[in-house]
Design a protein. Structure first.
Length: 135
């Protein structure tokens, strides 16, 4: 597997149009930080993370989108691990996600299973969310 780099957005030049579309159309709040993910300098995915105050203990992975022709190559899994590292290094203890399929070909149930395989569990507080303790 080639090296994956996850970067803050500095410009949208040379970014895959599918990813630009997600960045422009995804909802966000003042806490949201957008990242673009590159494999060998080619943009393959984007991620949006809501950085809540660290005292809350969790951050929210608001969106993870791998562009359609780069799926099923292990990229999404690697990005998730990178995000868990980012969360840990910023002293968060938990990651929360609300799995919501952005692709009509991927049923929500499959998405939940995808996260489940990667250690995320349905939240006891809000069943529309999944979470993973990372410390
Ligand atoms: C959900 C999503 C992020 C997964 O990304 P991905 O890069 O395809 O994920 P991976 O490649 O790591 O895993 C996908 C499957 O491919 C398999 N896979 C991994 N490497 C592989 C390879 N080299 N060859 C074939 N299959 C492979 C994995 O085992 C996995 O199957 P599993 O779920 O049964 O374990 C991606 O499908 C996506 O962006 N979907 C649309 C956007 C969306 O709805 N996002 C959710 C917002 S919460």
């Amino acid at each position: 597997m080639k090296i994956i780099n996850i970067k803050d957005i500095s410009s949208l030049d040379n970014i895959n149009p599918e990813i630009i579309d997600r960045i422009k159309n995804g909802s966000r709040c003042s806490l949201t930080k957008q990242y673009v993910v590159f494999v060998d300098k080619i943009s393959v995915a984007n991620a949006a993370i809501d950085f809540y105050p660290v005292e809350k203990g969790y951050l929210v992975l608001y969106e993870l989108f791998v562009s359609s022709n780069n799926r099923r190559q292990g990229i999404g899994s690697k990005i998730l691990l990178k995000i868990e590292k980012i969360a840990k290094s910023n002293k968060y203890k938990k990651i929360i996600i609300r799995p919501k399929s952005l692709n009509k070909n991927i049923p929500e149930e499959n998405l939940k299973k995808w996260y489940e395989k990667r250690g995320y569990q349905i939240s006891k507080v809000d069943s529309s969310c999944m979470e993973k303790i990372i410390s």
